[in-house]
Structures are given as structure tokens and as C-alpha cells.
Design a protein around this ligand. Structure first.
Ligand code: ADP
Ligand code: MG
Length: 329
């Protein structure tokens, strides 16, 4: 049961047969060595997931592993970088081999899909915390930035919004939901699809972009602030997971779609004359998308209903369900 730290590294992290391009030294020495091809920039991003904060300890270990990498890959997608290498920093209360084997199974499943190589990390005893650092390549001038949105740009989002947020609420409230619908929601929460390939295809055609980790309102606001612009979003155009419509009021749905995080879809802005081209490319690669608004000169975000009236976003921290408790923190 109690393997040494070294034995754990050998057994669960080292997979020499899967070494990828550019790894001169991988796991096993004091640091990894990477061969960065000439004429590429290295894109680097890190995210930590703390048990009880970013995930629950009783989730299936495969899902925790998958999600830990997915949220990091989503950052590579947002920059239009091709993910290549990663490190994994694990703080574990104890070595539970059953848990670790399943965790790594989920983690490597997604890593293999995107041909990302684990090149190092750290293992310590402590509260359950998972840290992933991801590194990718992007050619100079090809990355997607937050600060390049222009007035008049159309605002797009990929996929559907709100399902992961509803799944989280459902875990708290245990509202009655059919098993089939629950499975759809949990899949969205636990196994988000990082939009790596769509980002590669549209990167030269979009002005600005970000991944939606904190809700569309917050993340689009990052684009607006960085680009010194504002935006109007038409709430009827928001792409909503059909499951939400079965259980929630329109207001609850809009709140979730705009303020719940964890969808890990992309939000990007496109000049009008490129609209058809971008839409064709996304359609060809089966990436769902919706045009939800427009970038404007006036700072801040505005949300409009179909009839042109303003939709007021409730404060962050609002409880989405009628449990009587609206006092979140
Ligand atoms: P050091 O004591 O020199 O920091 P470690 O004993 O922490 O080395 O790690 C030995 C090797 O195993 C290093 O190459 C390190 O990157 C790798 N490693 C440690 N933990 C992990 C992990 N969780 N995932 C992948 N590689 C790891
Ligand atoms: Mg070390």
C-alpha cells in the first residue's frame, strides 16, 4: 500500500513510451529539458484545483483527473496555442493507489487525445490539491489576445452555456432531475471539451478571445476592459443546454448562462466581413457556436431582451434556486 515517492513516480507518472516531440529530458531528472522549435513562442499557463473548492473529493477520480487537465487545455485554446507538454503537482493526503490509478487514467485519456506529454511535477503529502502547468506552441503573430477586440466586432461563443453551473447547483440542492438529464449535466461539468482545434482553425480570423471559466459576463468583461471597449449581449441569442429549459425559469437560465462558470467554452470577437468565413469553418468542424452580441465603444456590458429592454444581471453570489436562502457567503 505505501509505495515510496520514487516508486509512485515510476509507476503512475512515467510513461517513456509516450514521449513526444521536443522532450530532451522528461521525468526523472531535476528538471525537464524541452527543445522549442525555432520561430515558435512558448505559451505557458497553470491552474490549481483545490478539493472542496474546485471539485469535490467524492467525484470519480477519473473525472477529477480529466477535468484538471481540461481546464488547463482550455487556456491553451483561448490563446490558440497547440498544447505540447505539462507538469503535474499533486498534494495528496495519502497514497491511495486505487484513487491514483483512476485519476491518472482520466488525466492521460485527455492528454493522449491532444498528444500532450507529462514531463515532470511534484508529489507532496498534504490536503488534496492538483496543480497542472501546461505549455504549448504558437507562431509569432498567431496567438489570440484579450485586448484586440474592435468596435463593431461580432461576439461569438462556442458550445452551450449554463449546464456546468446547473450541475453544480444540482449537486448542492439535489433538485429532482431525470437520470438521463443528470448524466448530461454531469458530463458538462466533469468532462468539458477544450476547444483546441476550433481555436487553431479560426485564430487568424478573430480579433480577440478568452475561455469562459467564470461565466460569460465576467469573461467578456475581461475582453472589454483589456480592449477598452464595451459590449451588448442579446440574451435570447445565448446558446442554452436544452436540459436547463426543462427545469428552470427563463430568468434562472439567463443568470446561469451569464454568471455560472465551468463551461470552458470560447468567447471570441470577429469583424463583420469575416462572419461567413468563420461560421463556415466552425460548421465544417462540427463546433457549435452562437453569435450573441456586438462590441461597442461605450464601456461596460449591456444585456438586452428580444424586445430591446435592458436585462438586469443579478449580483454575483445570487442563489439560483428558491431555497429561501439568498445569502451565499
Ligand atoms: P527533486 O527532489 O529533485 O525535486 P522529485 O523527487 O521531486 O525530484 O521528482 C523526481 C522526478 O519525478 C522529477 O523529474 C519530477 O519532475 C518527477 N515528478 C515528481 N512528481 C511528479 C508528478 N506528480 N508528475 C510527474 N512527474 C513528477
Ligand atoms: Mg522536486
Amino acid at each position: 500500500m505505501s509505495l515510496t515517492e520514487f516508486a509512485v513516480i515510476e509507476k503512475y507518472f512515467k510513461r517513456q513510451h509516450r514521449q513526444r516531440d521536443g522532450v530532451i529530458v522528461g521525468i526523472g531528472d531535476d528538471a525537464a529539458l524541452l527543445d522549442i522549435p525555432p520561430n515558435y513562442h512558448l505559451a505557458v499557463s497553470a491552474d490549481s484545483l483545490v478539493a472542496g473548492v474546485h471539485f469535490l473529493e467524492d467525484w470519480a477520480p477519473q473525472d477529477i483527473g480529466y477535468r484538471a487537465l481540461a481546464v488547463n487545455l482550455s487556456d491553451m485554446a483561448a490563446m490558440a496555442a497547440v498544447p505540447k507538454w505539462m507538469t503535474l503537482t499533486l498534494s495528496l493526503p495519502q497514497i491511495d493507489e486505487d484513487w491514483l490509478a483512476l485519476f491518472m487514467q482520466g488525466f492521460f485519456k485527455l492528454a493522449d487525445q491532444h498528444e500532450v506529454c507529462l514531463i515532470g511535477g511534484d508529489l507532496t503529502r498534504g490536503p488534496l490539491v492538483i496543480g497542472v502547468q501546461i505549455m504549448g506552441l504558437v507562431q509569432p503573430g498567431k496567438a489570440i489576445y484579450r485586448n484586440k477586440a474592435k468596435v463593431g466586432d461580432l461576439i461569438y461563443v462556442t458550445g452551450e452555456l449554463g449546464a456546468a453551473g446547473f450541475a453544480l447547483e444540482h449537486l448542492k440542492t439535489q433538485q429532482s432531475i431525470s437520470a438521463q438529464d443528470e448524466a448530461v449535466l454531469m458530463q458538462r461539468l466533469l468532462r468539458p471539451t477544450p476547444r483546441i482545434n476550433p481555436a487553431q482553425v479560426i485564430r487568424g480570423l478573430v480579433n480577440a478571445g478568452i475561455d469562459i471559466s467564470d461565466g460569460l459576463a465576467a469573461d467578456l468583461n475581461h475582453i472589454c476592459i483589456a480592449s477598452q471597449a464595451g459590449a451588448t449581449v442579446h440574451i435570447a441569442a445565448l446558446p442554452i443546454c436544452p436540459v436547463l429549459k426543462k427545469y428552470l425559469s427563463a430568468d434562472q437560465i439567463y443568470q446561469l448562462a451569464l454568471t455560472a462558470g465551468d463551461d470552458y467554452e470560447l468567447c471570441f470577437t470577429v469583424e463583420k466581413h469575416r462572419q461567413d468565413l468563420v461560421e463556415d469553418l466552425l460548421t465544417k468542424m462540427d463546433c457549435p457556436f452562437a453569435q450573441v452580441g456586438i462590441i461597442e465603444q461605450d464601456p461596460a456590458l449591456r444585456f438586452l431582451r428580444d424586445d430591446g429592454t435592458v436585462y438586469q444581471l443579478k449580483k454575483a453570489g445570487y442563489q439560483h434556486f428558491d431555497g429561501g436562502n439568498t445569502d451565499e457567503s
